[in-house]
Design a protein around this ligand. Sequence first.
Ligand code: FNR
Length: 192
Amino acid sequence: VPVRIAGIPGSLREGSLNKKLINAASQIAKTISPTIEVEYVDIDSLPLINTDLVKNKKYPAEVEAFFNKLRSVDGILFASPEYNYSVAGPLKNAIDWASMERDVLKDKTAAIVSTGWDLGGARSQYHLRQIGIRPDIYFINSPEVFINENPPVFDSDGNLTDEDVRKKLKELLVSLNNFTLRLRPCRPFPWP
Ligand code: FNR
């Protein structure tokens, strides 16, 4: 059974670097053995969190679909833009929704790639790790992958052209794959 990873970009804009990074990671994953699959998971349609939208444990349809997608994977690859030294609001919003049902995030493994200016989004990574404590997400510690938005690492067609970034993304996925396989026997069986 392949390791199944949800690739979640933390930015909503169409030309998002982080969306491109998830797409690149999906392609790179195909070159890794044992097998790992990175499926792009959209957070664009999630409403802003408001518990008035939850009636008797019934969530808005987009939120339910997001829960079920996450329930079906072993782990998460976050691609996080840094906003004001932290994670961007849309990503925090998605995690806040997901944290409302215990089985959605508990015992997921996770890895982070981030983007930003001078430090490549590093500060957002440490906030993201903190956010993962309460929902019980297990982040891999290395490698740490920080990507400066300049100079560009994608061409105008959205292809990853920077070989160093490609190598780092592959190392990140291999590490996530290995850690997920180690943790998997501890997860309840059958997996959802
Ligand atoms: C940013 N950006 C940014 N970068 C950084 O390194 N530190 C920061 O504190 C911030 N703050 C910030 C706030 C706001 C409101 C915006 C819009 C942008 C830059 C941002 O992280 C960078 O452009 C990302 O690459 C954007 O990601 P997407 O949208 O291309 O995925």
